[in-house]
Design a binder for this molecule. Structure first.
Ligand SMILES: CC(=O)CC(=O)SCCNC(=O)CCNC(=O)[C@H](O)C(C)(C)COP(=O)(O)OP(=O)(O)OC[C@H]1O[C@@H](n2cnc3c(N)ncnc32)[C@H](O)[C@@H]1OP(=O)(O)O
Ligand SMILES: NC(=O)C1=CN([C@@H]2O[C@H](COP(=O)(O)OP(=O)(O)OC[C@H]3O[C@@H](n4cnc5c(N)ncnc54)[C@H](OP(=O)(O)O)[C@@H]3O)[C@@H](O)[C@H]2O)C=CC1
Length: 278
């Protein structure tokens, strides 16, 4: 399978890596060489770690050799499946899918790794709504078992079948859900993270205590503020805005502190500072 990935950020790099680990030929595109270089470095580091632990069936070099990095969307023309993992912004994603819809061969499938944006709207922009689907990987992609598979209004059975089988070939467990804001994963996860941020704003406890309480008290692998920093506070805010707008209920209102931190450029791990310093 020729597998395309748009965006070489934390998710795009992870998806490309796991696709290449599974034997697919992968093309990764991003808007600047610097982002491609950063994505490649992320993949190299992850592969080295997995290799040291004996978790790879191929050498890191062989896996990396199956990934081609490019700045040109035209290079996706022959792809059987293209997964988009760019910024969580509906207008930017829709514009990309309008372009991809005209480039990728007609029987190619387009998928979005969006955390929350309506699949049906992006499918319409692509001009091929039957061959469009949500393929939502979890972060960090090389370690997390789930792929949420979200059918848009017009997604065909054949598209859902191919994408489900592809996720399985990538060693993941695909689980199906319908096209509602935030799907299942982020409709449930993100309000919890937002509430933890509101606890910081209200002075309920210090960040370390909030995270400690949720880790030790609920056996969560990461505290909610550590997880929000890990996901990216900009992405968390975008998801909350989609939930708030899409479900029309103030229980999804983004915490003002979350909004302020994003305005201040504190995006979490990727910017070096969020609730913690990295
Ligand atoms: C926002 C969305 O739309 C959807 C989302 O994705 S929401 C986010 C979903 N993800 C989560 O909730 C993640 C929660 N955290 C976890 O599950 C765990 O902390 C974790 C799986 C990330 C790490 O596992 P852990 O048991 O805590 O162990 P930890 O010791 O930190 O890490 C295990 C090893 O994996 C390694 N590792 C971490 N990321 C890695 C990666 N990408 N590739 C390879 N190895 C990696 C670590 O370096 C560590 O290696 P060592 O044992 O050599 O130190
Ligand atoms: N972070 C997470 O935990 C998860 C995120 N997601 C979703 O995955 C997507 C990507 O998130 P994530 O990887 O965290 O984000 P990142 O910010 O790490 O990466 C996004 C990448 O896409 C690039 N990009 C932005 N606009 C374009 C464009 N028009 N064309 C090509 N590339 C572009 C960015 O470049 P630049 O730096 O210039 O913006 C960046 O390299 C989002 O939709 C997010 O909601 C899904 C699951 C988990």
């Amino acid at each position: 399978m020729n597998f395309g990935v748009v965006g070489a950020g934390q998710m795009g790099a992870g998806i490309a890596q796991v696709a290449a680990q599974s034997g697919f030929d992968v093309i990764v595109q991003d808007v600047q060489q610097a982002f491609l270089d950063r994505g490649k470095a992320t993949i190299e580091k992850s592969l080295a770690k997995l290799h040291d632990k004996g978790k790879l069936t191929d050498t890191p070099d062989a896996i990396l050799g199956r990934i081609r990095f490019t700045a040109e969307l035209q290079d996706f023309a022959d792809c059987d499946l293209v997964v988009e993992a760019i910024v969580e912004n509906e207008a930017v994603k829709a514009e990309l899918f309008r372009t991809l819809g005209a480039i990728v061969k007609t029987d190619g499938i387009l998928a979005s790794n969006t955390s929350s944006i309506p699949i049906t709207a992006l499918a319409s922009a692509s001009g091929r709504p039957d061959r469009f689907i949500g393929m939502h990987f979890m972060n960090p992609v090389p370690l997390m078992a789930l792929v949420e598979v979200i059918r848009g209004y017009s997604t065909s059975d054949e598209t859902a079948r191919i994408v489900t089988e592809t996720a399985e070939r990538m060693g993941k467990t695909p689980l199906a859900c319908n096209d509602f804001p935030g799907f299942v994963s982020n409709r449930i996860l993100m309000p919890m993270l937002n509430e933890a941020i509101q606890c910081v704003m209200d002075g309920v406890a210090e960040p370390e205590a909030i995270d400690g309480i949720m880790k030790l008290g609920m056996n969560h692998p990461m505290g909610p503020l550590t997880l929000a920093d890990f996901i990216g506070l900009d992405t968390c805010l975008s998801i909350m805005e989609v939930l708030h707008r899409g479900l029309g209920d103030d229980k999804y209102r983004p915490s003002p502190l979350l909004r302020k931190m994003v305005q201040a450029g504190l995006l979490g791990r990727k910017s070096g500072r969020g609730f913690y310093t990295y």
